[in-house]
Design a protein around this ligand. Sequence first.
Ligand code: HEC
Ligand code: HEC
Length: 318
Amino acid sequence: MFGNLIVLVILIALVVLFGWLTYRAIRSKKMWVKIVGGILGTLATLLFAAITFGVGKGFMTVYMPPSALDANLKVEATPEQIARGKYIAQVSCAGCHDPDKTGVLVGGMDFSKEIPIPIGNMVSRNLTPAGILAERTDGELFRAIRHGVTKDGSLAGFMSFMPYRDLSDDDTKALIAYMRSQPPTPNGNDLAQGTQFNALGLLFMGAGMFPIPEARMGVITAPAPGANAEYGKYVATFGECRGCHGPNMTGAEPSAMDPVGVPNARLFTAQISHEDFVKMMRTGKRPDGSDLKMPWENAAQMNDEDLGALYEYLKSAQ
Ligand code: HEC
Ligand code: HEC
């Protein structure tokens, strides 16, 4: 954070410097200095002002996100909570926190390696008791999942882009119970983890390249589990389907971040049976045998009830 603060101060100083130089050039008695200096100076001032604005906005987004902390929260960790937490973790969290499929959330996945532009460090955390759990209260873990922020209240990088703000209070507590129940498992790299955006990262965040879902305050309850569209929508939320297919699962247009786009999942699901849908989600192959080119492995971990609810949701009116 301090490095970025210094960059921000230097940027502000450069805007002032170029502004002053432009002013001096315009007031010059030499005509060519007036014109050339005036134009170049104005361009440089505008350019640095825009960069400073973007980095400043990113600074606010990353270091001052809205969140709420319940310092007194204590999760009981009943066997039911642990089992429920394990289920959601396998469906949702393992993709980033258990990249080698060890069965525990050891973390260590480095996203900076997958992004071609250097925007800082982004390594998923070790969520076993050998990782950060000892330094986090239940309230801080709850806040990390609900608001995507780390212990000091700043954004926890990739965590904050995820749909876990919509997880119910009960499911969030179940996840905490499960995290703490895992065997302590070091991953050899625990210190070098978490997110540290550099100034370029802040500029990207300020420009809205990675939009963060709106914060949710207050108690969240989940619909009762069952083979119906309402619960299916909840499954599509923690199952991360809506992040790609859009809030109503009707697909996403191609964009700069995703030049191909994402199809409307409802159109295809309307043409297939419940059985074929479940099979497709478990095998990653459409009924005609073609590959489903999306990360279906998460959905493959879902139980029959949740896949059934997803099917009902996708076949329902939006
Ligand atoms: C898209 C990848 C991704 C997914 C999916 C994901 N995480 Fe994370 N998570 C991260 C990254 C990256 C960090 C490190 C961010 C940081 O601490 O700055 C992290 C950090 C955390 C932290 C530590 C925050 C802190 O206090 O420093 C917790 C707790 C956490 N994740 C829980 C979960 C749970 C529970 C799930 C599933 C419901 C989950 N994560 C799913 C990427 C992910
Ligand atoms: C990372 C983004 C992503 C996630 C997460 C995701 N999908 Fe997809 N989905 C896609 C893409 C891209 C395709 C097109 C795949 C292809 O062309 O083979 C697709 C295809 C589909 C299709 C077939 C559509 C067709 O016209 O062939 C269905 C149904 C579907 N997804 C449902 C889901 C469900 C349910 C979930 C959550 C469990 C989910 N998707 C999660 C990106 C995603």
